[in-house]
Write a protein of this length. Structure first.
Length: 202
């Protein structure tokens, strides 16, 4: 059986290429662990577009709540159930921008412009992190990367670089377990055909 070749590393002339920039003015949605604030630029290297060695921090957001959910709680392939404790541990937030964000568009033909393809957003993290660092260091100084959620290609997501921290504002929408979010949570679970596993005491 022929397996796809690994995605190539960033080309040596990437810094000379024009980046496919999309300007975004709308707000974003974020689902985050409650023990962290809604604005948290991670440097741990566990995310697809994290810096390989902590050169910058990355904040992951989505264009809507479904995208935020599937990129956090639904990102394990083949998963059919969510434990209630995972819901309780997370909160929902709206992230608004104080100026337009300039994001490298990895959702369409822009991939070709920079010498990449779709494997960049669904393949090896080692390779995608090398690309993220190269794009972060590009002379155009983009604010982050725009990409499609791996488990729901209809949802847009973004990895924002820490250079955007001063132009972001958040409004908390409460815990995912809050009764006020019950209908929203039910709709998401129905969309992705996921069931909740409740503790025996509930």
């Amino acid at each position: 059986m022929h397996l796809p070749d690994p995605h190539p590393d960033p080309p040596s002339d990437l810094h000379l290429r024009s980046l496919p920039i999309q300007v975004i003015t709308s707000s974003w949605t974020r689902i985050h662990q409650r023990r962290y604030g809604s604005i948290y630029f991670g440097r741990g290297g566990g995310g697809r577009f994290d810096a390989p060695a902590g050169e910058y921090g990355t904040l992951y957001v989505a264009a809507d709540a479904h995208g935020a959910f599937i990129e956090t709680l639904g990102h394990t392939t083949g998963r059919t159930a969510i434990d209630w404790s995972e819901i309780e541990a997370r909160a929902l937030a709206e992230v608004s921008v104080l100026r337009p964000l300039r994001l490298v568009d990895l959702t369409g033909e822009g991939l070709t412009h920079i010498g990449a393809d779709a494997r960049l957003t669904n393949g090896s993290y080692v390779v995608s992190q090398l690309w993220a660092l190269a794009l972060y260091e590009h002379p155009d100084q983009p604010d982050g990367l725009l990409y499609r959620a791996r488990h729901d290609l209809s949802r847009l997501c973004a990895a924002l670089f820490d250079r955007t921290e001063s132009v972001l504002a958040t409004a908390t929408l409460g815990s995912l377990a809050d009764p006020a979010n019950a209908l929203f949570l039910a709709d998401i679970l129905d969309t992705y055909k996921l069931r909740l596993i409740y503790p025996a005491s509930l």
